[in-house]
Design a protein around this ligand. Structure first.
Ligand code: ZN
Length: 660
């Protein structure tokens, strides 16, 4: 089925063309079908051939993909495997949409047959509707995908898939899905503001409190805005494929209620090499727009196409597909009303400097044609908001926005270049609330502090912590906004994953000991740092205090560290010609090398697996006082909104079999 993109805009033109004559109806019913057999005969899998070619050159024994390259399976062979997506133990809200995909590998796609049965608590469940898309992603693979299904009623459902072909014995897979409906409390939320501190584990929060509020004799002089939220819990962050998550799949869990895999969002990762042909799960943009006509807002200090913001609206297996992610943001069903951050490079036509496009489209103009006010600077943002727009696009740099320390606190013209008038995260949050707050049906706003993570990766504690303080001040602004409004607003604050950073003690920069680690104070020798916030803006006057925090890193490449703030940001390690990470000779050149513990090709520290905190205030906040799987954050949000998704009338048969 080459070119059959799995897309909930509607079945692709050629979807089911071959399958249509090959179906056998197994029964009748009102809503859909509970069982189907789909045959693969007649497939001419250009995609499969292309996938084979993509493996490239001669396969060697060490190639992990070598086993998928074989062309012949013997008559005695068994089907290697059959896989059902969504995965076992996936949890759904009733009537929220998802694609169902069954993949059979180790089969001859021309003679393969996949039988699917769906069993609910009370017998066969008629959820299979529409023509399935039949694909072959590899020479020995046959896949069936049903688009836009939904479970109409709460309960437990079991899906059984049996795959067989003429050349192989059958294999079976079975998954159980849990379907729930929202159980709202006495008061439901009208609005949700979702704050995401990227990589903001507890060390970043503690460091922000230390620097922003100060501490003497063990007692803080104040608490952070997030410390003062009504409820708190912990979130576990692992994904389908790995205990260690990236920002795409962890944010996707919050935005869909479903697990995903590293680099993926809004999809379960199947076996198709095309990033757009993976089974989708409905995300908050689609769900809140279609069910409640809520407005959607996305604010970030990252590129707006980066993983965390994109997971609010996009479906892709590859987070790096920025052009496609922004194309998806243009689709009415997925399109945010407010989109503020960096990332102008994806919007500019290729003729303009800095563009990463390969065409002449001016995507800013395309948004303006859809009624969006546009701002490219903080000044323009203020002017745009003064005109009371209903739609707002702001792109303040080409890629990631500069960090607070370099952008606001100690602006360095060489670092900022032409982007000297960037808004703060507070400015962007305020602008988004101004626009979204006028929307009668309520809104969902996501606010991300991206560079907590982006500065932890290169082991730059002070820059990460200043951005965590900026994040906290944005939370304070939202709390203040919510307190003055009559409607109910749930505020959630969490992180997508923990990070390598740790606060160990202090480093005395006045000493000139050799090596520098001799000036790291631990236990009683640590005492207290000497940051000063003389203007009371919540940020220390300088991160380069006499006695600074001693940042430790649980994982890292080989790098040099003098344990003091770097006035200019520098990467800790760089790749040499052999692809090995070596210490950056320009960063702390006189310091000792810290021997790394990561694989030799890693130039940055990486995310870690520990749980992250979640905080909540407002209607439904009590649901966050728990240890939550990251997908559960979505369901608690649905509960807070009291969002019971109505059943849409279906039409179809209760059981079908697809005939050759
Ligand atoms: Zn990261």
């Amino acid at each position: 089925m080459p070119g059959a993109t799995i897309d909930q805009d509607g079945p692709p033109e050629d979807a089911g063309k071959q399958g249509l004559s090959r179906r056998r109806f197994l029964g009748t019913g009102a809503g859909g079908v509970a069982a189907a057999v789909v045959f693969g005969s007649g497939l001419r899998p250009a995609a499969a051939a292309a996938a084979g070619d993509a493996a490239g050159g001669k396969l060697t024994a060490t190639d992990p993909h070598a086993h998928t390259g074989r062309a012949v399976s013997s008559a005695q062979a068994s089907v290697d495997g059959v896989r059902i997506l969504p995965i076992d133990r996936a949890k759904f809200q009733a009537n929220v949409r998802f694609d169902l995909r069954v993949e059979a590998t180790g089969v001859d796609p021309e003679t393969a047959r996949i039988q699917i049965r769906v069993q609910g608590s009370d017998g066969p469940a008629d959820i299979l509707t529409g023509e399935p898309v039949r694909t072959s992603s590899a020479p020995d693979s046959f896949e069936v995908t049903y688009l836009g299904l939904r479970y109409p009623d709460p309960g437990t459902y079991t899906i059984t898939a049996i795959a067989a072909s003429r050349t192989s014995a059958p294999a079976t897979a079975r998954v159980t899905h849990e379907v729930v409906v929202a159980h709202a409390g006495a008061t439901s939320a009208t609005n949700v503001i979702f704050f995401l501190g990227d990589g903001m584990g507890q060390p970043a929060i503690t460091a922000a409190r230390l620097l922003s509020k100060g501490i003497t004799e063990g007692k803080y002089h104040g608490l952070l805005e997030m410390d003062l939220m009504e409820q708190r819990g912990l979130v576990t962050t692992s994904g389908v494929d790995s205990i260690a998550t990236d920002s795409a799949n962890s944010m996707s869990a919050y935005m869909t209620g479903h697990k995903s895999s590293v680099n993926a969002m809004g999809v379960y990762v199947g076996n198709d090499p095309d990033p757009n042909r993976h089974p989708r799960v409905e995300n908050v943009s689609e769900l809140f727009k279609r069910t409640r006509d809520m407005a959607i807002g996305v604010v970030t200090t990252a590129d707006v196409a980066d993983a965390t913001p994109a997971a609010v609206w996009a479906h892709t297996r590859q987070r790096a597909e920025f052009l496609d992610i922004i194309d998806q943001a243009l689709r009415e069903r997925q399109r945010p009303h407010v989109l503020l951050g960096g990332g102008r490079a994806t919007f500019l036509p290729q003729s303009e400097e800095g563009s990463i496009r390969d065409d002449d489209r001016d995507v800013i103009e395309e948004f303006e044609a859809l009624g969006y006010a546009y701002a490219g600077t903080e000044t323009e943002l203020r002017e745009a908001v003064a005109d009371d727009p209903t739609r707002l696009l702001g792109l303040f740099t080409l890629g990631t926005m500069n960090v607070y320390l370099d952008r606001e606190h100690d602006p360095d013209p060489e670092v900022l270049g032409e982007f000297t008038d960037q808004p703060t995260l507070m400015d962007m949050t305020r602008a988004a609330l101004d626009v979204l707050g006028r929307h009668d049906e309520g809104f969902f706003l996501m606010v991300e502090a991206a560079s907590i993570d982006k500065m932890e990766h290169p082991l730059d504690g002070p820059r990460a912590v200043y951005d965590a303080i900026e994040f906290d001040q944005s939370i304070g602004l939202a709390k203040q906004w919510a307190s003055t409004r009559s409607e109910n607003t749930l505020i959630i604050v969490t992180a997508d994953h923990n990070h390598s950073m740790s606060i160990v003690g202090t480093h005395d920069a006045r000493e000139d000991l050799d090596p520098d680690r001799q000036s790291n104070g631990v236990y009683a020798d640590a005492g207290y740092p000497t940051y000063v916030d003389s203007d009371g803006d919540g940020f220390p006057d300088t991160p380069d205090a006499d006695v600074q925090l001693f940042f430790g890193w649980s994982n890292h490449p080989d790098h040099r560290d003098d344990f003091e703030h770097n006035e200019t940001f520098l990467q800790p390690a760089l790749l040499n010609e052999d692809g090995i990470a070596v210490p950056n000779p320009d960063r702390d050149p006189d310091a000792l090398v810290q021997i790394g513990n990561l694989p030799l090709n890693q130039t940055n520290c990486v995310h870690t697996v520990e749980d992250v905190p979640v905080f909540a205030s407002g209607p439904g906040a009590a649901g966050f006082n728990a240890v939550l799987d990251n997908t559960e954050v979505f369901h608690r949000m649905i509960d807070a909104l009291g969002l019971v998704v109505g059943e849409e009338p279906g039409a179809g048969e209760s059981e079908v079999e697809v005939l050759p």
